[in-house]
Ligand binder design. Structure first.
Ligand SMILES: *Cc1c(COP(=O)(O)O)cnc(C)c1O
Length: 230
């Protein structure tokens, strides 16, 4: 049984804290990204009133409309596939693009950010499960992409994001989450990630965010468990 949005947020936050403490992590090192795709403005406002100020959106037009309606004071992450020809708008409305997986997109974002005179934290999306239908670079290509991204002064490559293959048992995703963390550590050791603060690892969704936190997630993207079915 689902509660109200406010109750669900409290519940998820409590579970996040327990998961972090289970592995000796500071609960404040993990942030909740409320995935609001296909959710109403009313539901998002309810979440805002419950103190949730970070949201994730997949579709540009939808995000644009919501951001225009809900105004300032909230941060939005792009967590969906982004076309390069939409990069201009994305650079204007999002606080972070979590789905960088190619140079062309990065170049378009950087050009617009230069015009705007600002920098933006971005994450490289990694296809840890190697599924053909999923976006993201293969793990072995991540270092090269991160090196290539160094040429864009307005992008701050802060970490990695992944979406593992869908499974019923969250324990089955643990290996993927661990692999992303190890990759993040490797790239950070090469100076390719986390120039402005700790390396970000965006991983874990409604069904598996606790396992992801145990494996090092700093951002969990939770939609259904927070807002209900879409
Ligand atoms: C929709 C979506 C989520 C949220 O999934 P839930 O299972 O509803 O929590 C997280 N990440 C990405 C990239 C998504 O597209």
């Amino acid at each position: 049984m689902m509660g109200t949005v406010a109750e669900n947020i409290d519940n998820i936050r409590a579970r996040m804290i327990v998961a972090a403490q289970r592995v000796g992590r500071d609960p404040r090192s993990v942030r909740l990204v409320a995935v609001s795709k296909r959710q109403s403005l009313e539901a998002i406002r309810e979440a805002m009133e419950a103190g949730q100020l970070l949201f994730g959106e997949n579709y540009l037009q939808e995000a644009q409309d919501k951001i225009a309606a809900l105004g300032q004071g909230v941060a939005w992450h792009c967590i969906g596939h982004l076309q390069s020809n939409k990069a201009r708008i994305a650079a204007e409305i999002f606080g972070c693009i979590e789905t960088i997986d190619r140079i062309k997109l990065a170049r378009a974002l950087d050009a617009r950010l230069a015009e705007l005179g600002k920098t933006m934290p971005v994450l490289v999306q990694v296809n840890v499960g190697g599924e053909a239908q999923k976006a993201g670079v293969a793990p072995h290509q991540a270092a090269q992409l991160c090196r290539d991204l160094q040429q864009f002064p307005h992008l701050v490559v802060q970490g990695l994001m992944t979406m593992p293959p869908f499974v019923d048992d969250p324990e089955e995703s643990r290996g993927c989450f661990r692999q992303l963390r190890l990759l993040g550590e490797e790239l950070a050791a090469q100076g390719l990630l986390g120039k402005q603060g700790p390396v970000e690892l965006s991983m874990g969704m409604s069904g598996d965010f606790e396992v992801a936190i145990e494996e090092g997630a700093t951002l969990v993207r939770v939609g259904t468990a927070l807002f209900g079915e879409r």
